[in-house]
Design a protein around this ligand. Sequence first.
Ligand code: PMP
Length: 404
Amino acid sequence: MGLFDKHLAYRDAYKAIQQAGADPFTVRFDAVVSPTEGVVEGRPTILLGTNNYLGLTFDEKAIAASVKAVQERGTGTTGSRIANGSFEAHVALETALAKFYGHKHAMVFTTGYQANLGVLSTLVGRGDHLILDADSHASIYDGSRLGHAEVIRFRHNDPEDLAKRLRRLKDVPGERLIVVEGIYSMIGDTAPLKEIAAIKREMGGYLLVDEAHSMGVLGATGRGLAEAAGVEDDVDFIVGTFSKSLGAIGGFCVSSLDDFEVMRVICRPYMFTASLPPAVVASTLTALEQMIAKPHLREQLNSNACRLYDGLNALGFVTGPAASPIVAATMPDVERAIAMWNGLLQSGVYLNLALPPATPDSRPLLRASISAAHTHEQIDHVLKVFAEVGAALGVIDGQKRATA
Ligand code: PMP
């Protein structure tokens, strides 16, 4: 018996995936030459799985700010925010985020994962109730484990089921925190936030929206789904990340609740880890300014999303319920998902292979994330490759391919 024996089933499944071609979970980018192009195993490749929604990873101003920061402040903070790791730039970024969202308070974390871990384990505790959408991201589930609140799941995107579960808690003491996501990371569907906010108004409790994938993507000014749905006043906490639209790494939470700042001395995933390095804080702050200054990027992104979504549907692929910058094609089985992923990569298209149990309804998925920086030519080329590989593997009907 060995320590890893309990993981043998995963080891065998992983080996089988590796033997089927390139390893999708450790694929190596030899070069990244732009937000949408790289070199993988010596092959020029269109990057279609990066979450780089606005293409800001190569923004000239963000890069210049980052270089200046590393030269002036060094490579790292070498400490947590409560020790030696609070630089003036962290505070400036928090001030900018609070202003952008129109909230009183903002806290920056080292990743979005840690933001959820920290906020969810701190806001609710023993005797409280954490009410999660069943398809919540792993960081939300892990945050719920780190705290001591009772965890209740409601059916994905089902406000009726949420209301039912809140009704059951009617006379039960303790706080209630409802948690949903702006755009769900696997198939790109959005939460029915208007309905959820109305239920919260009627039945009480607090509402947290994770806008990781919707910041910079939805809403008139890019604040996310709460802005797009017109319910910002009902949302008590917004969590987000710098690793998608802002092209860096890090996470945050904003709120206007009194006493929010006490989290700085009780929230363990904030307190006991090193803070973001100066270069990252500088590029993030500049990317936020660029995102605000360039609303046309959002229009471009949404037009690109429609082009890919409509194109894949016309070819006969089964995708999510509506066009979104995350476009996931459901594969008939795990074997063909792996074969399709390999076929696309060999044809110079990289995207994400998402397999059960990490996917909704245990569906094998090929998950694409589109960027404002993709050109129409790139998207049309991707569709051509999807058509060829999909027809060769019998994932789609070759006839449709000919007429699409
Ligand atoms: N929340 C959601 C909904 C996510 O999809 C992700 C990352 N995929 C995170 C949080 C974590 O973000 P980060 O990459 O900054 O840790």
